[in-house]
Design a protein around this ligand. Sequence first.
Ligand code: SAH
Length: 240
Amino acid sequence: MNIANCQIVLVETSHPGNIGATARAMKNMGLEKLALVNPCKYQVYECYARASGAQEVVDSARVYSDLSAAVSDSTLVVGTSARLRSLAWPQLTPKDSACEIVSQVTRGEVSVVFGRERSGLTNEELALCSTLLNIPTAGDFSSLNVAAAVQVVAYEILCASMTNSAVDSPPGEPPAEQESVERFYEHLFAVLEQVEYFDPANPRHLPLRIRRLFNRAQPSHSEIQVLRGFLSAVEKATSN
Ligand code: SAH
């Protein structure tokens, strides 16, 4: 099956060599779509040397100024993290994640997001992801080189794409694209604020909990439209 619609996203990578090594790891495993969010100056010798025969993956990479723009067309966004987070997010092994990725990738773009070499992904960036992928490691030395992490994940995606059981798409409509889900969250929080359930000055964990709930449900485009219609009706009823 074709996994070309699986996009690897690198956020604020600071070493050009890591971008080159990522391109090589991707091409080895049949992935070619690379997105770079605010990268370092990367089209340099060190990058191409590490890319080896995967120069075209580097040269066709798309560059974005923030993560939400890079994943706006995706129907599934998987974050990767070396650490467990305080507010437990659905956390999957590379194998389970790869199965989910392969079952969605026939229906739309899927993004797998990798963080900065030093600090990983911010909580705001993680909030854009439906699930978190963690590569098990020995003891507490849990942080892999970013291109090595891409290699592990890309390998599992290729393996999952080669097994028959993984290629069946889940039934029903595909999940909505990230951009329309983000617009729904904006609308929802505006209404929650209007009815004084949500205070932006004191958000506690509400935004993350709400995102976790809807990420789990993976609403389709028409379900998002229903929810938006409901929110508009609440707005109308409470403005009288
Ligand atoms: N200190 C950072 C580590 C960043 S390593 C942190 O704790 O998050 C750079 C990137 O490589 C991470 O953001 C993640 O995308 C990937 N990565 C490294 N180790 C990983 C692991 N064990 N599981 C999943 N992704 C990992």
